[in-house]
Design a protein around this ligand. Structure first.
Ligand code: PLP
Length: 362
């Protein structure tokens, strides 16, 4: 059997979820869209079932998969419905629903739902992707109330730059949101992972009504490119590992792999690992990207191929065929690999495929 696999530490997931709650004093919707960022949505939801205040997903297909697996409790559709006829399923399965645009509001006005819905009304406070503009927001809120088809409205918005700790944009967004919110008496939800971890000072008065929406942090990766004390308390959930399947000794000057993109600077022991871009390992990871062999840090050398990649074993004389290789996990942080490969840990996780997921803890 091919030795590539991903271990998913459900105890670490629970730890990270609790950190989102304890560090904010807010209720937290566990964001498990995109198959829980590659970690397996059903298993992650089950592992949080006794502690989660609810879940959030991208669309009704993801929400239905959770209900079919027996997940009870609130499930928020982060982009609401894509077609008006989803409303009957939303009613039937008691999903919560974001409303971010005029046609969705009209669809609710025209709908024949019998059980009043829970709607999260989205404001565009500066992200400029979806949501009602601040000057339209109160009117949208009043129209929703007037439909008689809505039991509860949560006021929500989303940050565009909370991962940049020296950027003013999050403060500006909170200010834009607050100006409108003050006229409305409702619960609030603004924060994603970077805002939970990085911007506690912006939220002190709202703690009791607040909902947070942690995604990335649940999986134990930092959203920041710099050290951060709270983010350093996160525990990585996913460990992607494989084994060395072949070793060769090359003299200085020899190229390794496709395109000869690495030339040995010295006599080099090259280890070949059963892992490639078809597993989701970033093909653009450069020479020098971090990797751990038998618990020791070393470097990627040569181009990543579809099913294999090559690492430098020259300074690890004990390592050889059968040695365990960690591509990312508790030792090689996904965020560090992402930095090396000029991407983000979100994409490292979401790209994972082909390898079996093995659940440990909880
Ligand atoms: C994905 C998403 C989140 C979670 O964001 P993270 O940065 O992963 O914590 C929160 N809110 C909305 C609306 C989202 O789409």
């Amino acid at each position: 059997m091919r030795p590539a696999r991903a271990l998913i530490d459900l105890q670490a997931l629970r730890h990270n979820y609790q950190l989102a709650r304890s560090s904010t004093g807010a209720r937290a919707l566990a964001v498990i869209k995109a198959d829980a960022y590659g970690h397996g949505a059903v298993r992650c939801a089950q592992a949080l079932q006794d502690i989660a205040d609810g879940y959030a997903v991208a669309c009704i297909e993801e929400a239905l998969q959770l209900r079919a697996a027996g997940i009870r409790g609130p499930i928020l559709l982060l982009e609401g419905f894509f077609e008006a006829d989803e409303l009957s399923l939303i009613e039937q399965h008691d999903f919560w629903c974001v409303v971010h645009t005029e046609w969705q509001l009209q669809a609710i006005e025209k709908s024949s739902v019998k059980t009043p819905l829970t709607v999260w009304l989205k404001m565009d406070s500066g992200m400029h992707r979806v949501g009602f503009y601040p000057e339209q927001y109160e009117a949208a809120y009043r129209r929703l109330q007037a439909t008689g088809k809505v039991a509860k409205i949560v006021l929500m918005s989303h940050f565009s730059r909370a991962d940049e700790l020296d950027c003013q944009r999050s403060e500006e967004q909170v200010r834009a949101f607050e100006q409108v919110r003050q006229a409305l008496n409702a619960e609030v939800s603004l924060r994603n992972s970077p805002a939970i971890l990085g911007w506690p000072q912006l939220f002190s008065q709202q703690q009791n009504t607040d909902w947070v929406r942690p995604g990335l942090m649940l999986y134990g990766a930092t959203p920041f490119e710099v050290e951060h004390p709270l983010a350093s308390q996160l525990q990585p959930v996913m460990t992607v590992e494989s084994k060395i399947i072949s070793v060769r000794e090359l003299p200085a000057g020899e190229p390794v792999g496709y395109g000869g993109k690495f030339i040995c600077e010295r006599p080099t022991r090259v280890g070949v690992v059963a892992m490639g871009y078809a597993d989701g390992y970033p093909r653009h990871a450069p020479n020098g990207a971090p990797v751990a062999v038998d618990g020791q840090l070393t470097r990627l050398i040569g181009r990543v191929s579809m099913d294999m990649l090559t690492v430098d074993l020259t300074d690890l004389p004990q390592a050889g065929v059968g040695s365990r290789v960690e591509l990312w996990g508790k030792q090689v942080l996904a965020s560090d690999l992402a930095l090396a490969a000029q991407t983000i840990p979100y994409q490292i996780f979401c790209n994972l495929k082909r390898v079996p997921l093995l659940y440990v803890g909880a």
